[in-house]
Design a binder for this molecule. Structure first.
Ligand SMILES: *Cc1c(COP(=O)(O)O)cnc(C)c1O
Length: 298
């Protein structure tokens, strides 16, 4: 499997668009075709610990989860066994995401939505392994260890000159890591891809030291109907962005984040002299769930 390193390319958008501020993109989507960007960073501490303790990696996710497939691939690369607890009953066909996770050696175990909600580890898994042999990674990699790994996104790349750093927010683990690693004066902005997730700020603050708990800003106006929802406008935006810049985005996270940045730039949120770093968090495998021909890129 391809080696991964945390050093990412930075692309400037200011050559393609007449923005008032300087806008660059940190391409985490290029770290690996499957272990998409931010997931790889978030998994680092968990992987190291599981490896040290000689454990089997176990985590939770839905049928289209970037986290599930990233964990499968990263575990295989680290020489660890992995188990995915999947929300809901198994359907007649597996999603692209789950097929790929399986191909990376992940054992899939489907559970009812009720027991998934409680994050129960199914009895058959307990019988096979025993709790002391399992290393549990929380759903979406949420936690202080996930945030710690995400700090490297800024620390391993040349990001000190930016006035603003913007990224998509799901569990908030990545934005917590970015906030923790941001330099004094750098403004961190998270774009929530969920509708009315009002507990999000609190969940992010919980991952941060007291002095950093108010050092990020969340915007809730760019969810386009809610998690994994989309409008024709989002798809049109993705195709136009790709046509102009050759940067692919995913419809769940990065398209909404880029859209938000463009909208804010147009509305004068940023001023001349500002330097915005858009973090492309990856997630491109999620586009495989779209009907063929929706996007002009694969
Ligand atoms: C999972 C994911 C996110 C959200 O990351 P959190 O740390 O859960 O907030 C953002 N972008 C992409 C592409 C993702 O796959």
């Amino acid at each position: 499997m391809m080696e991964i390193n945390p050093f990412c390319r930075i692309y400037t958008l200011s050559t393609y668009y007449d923005f008032r501020a300087n806008v660059d993109v940190l391409r985490l989507d290029q770290v690996h075709p499957v272990i998409s960007g931010n997931k790889w960073f978030k998994l680092q501490v968990y992987l190291q610990e599981a490896k040290k303790q000689h454990k089997v990696l176990l985590t939770f996710g839905g049928a289209f989860s970037n986290h599930i497939v990233a964990t499968a691939a990263a575990a295989q690369q680290a020489g660890l066994k992995s188990i995915g607890i999947i929300r809901g009953e198994q359907g007649p066909v597996l999603s692209h995401t789950l097929l790929q996770a399986q191909a990376y050696g992940m054992k899939l175990c489907f559970t009812s939505r009720a027991s998934y909600k409680e994050k129960k580890i199914p009895a058959e898994i307990m019988d096979d392994h025993g709790l002391d042999k399992l290393y549990v990674v929380p759903e979406g990699g949420y936690g202080t260890k996930g945030a710690k790994g995400a700090e490297d996104i800024l620390q391993k790349n040349n990001t000190n000159s930016y006035s603003h750093i913007m990224a998509a927010v799901g569990t908030g683990t990545t934005i917590a890591g970015l906030t923790a690693a941001a330099k004094e004066g750098q403004k961190v902005i998270g774009i929530s891809v969920m509708k009315n997730n009002l507990s999000l700020a609190e969940e992010i603050s919980r991952l941060l030291p007291p002095a950093k708990q108010a050092c990020f800003r969340l915007l809730h106006d760019y969810h386009f109907g809610g998690y994994a929802r989309k409008t024709p406008e989002v798809i049109r935006f993705m195709n136009e962005l790709y046509k102009k810049t050759a940067i692919p985005t995913d419809f769940v996270y990065t398209a909404k984040t880029f859209y938000a940045a463009f909208d804010l730039l147009q509305k004068g949120f940023f001023t001349a002299g500002d330097r915005l770093l858009l973090v492309h968090t990856g997630g491109l495998q999620g586009n495989l769930s779209l009907p063929k021909g929706t996007l002009i890129f694969g």
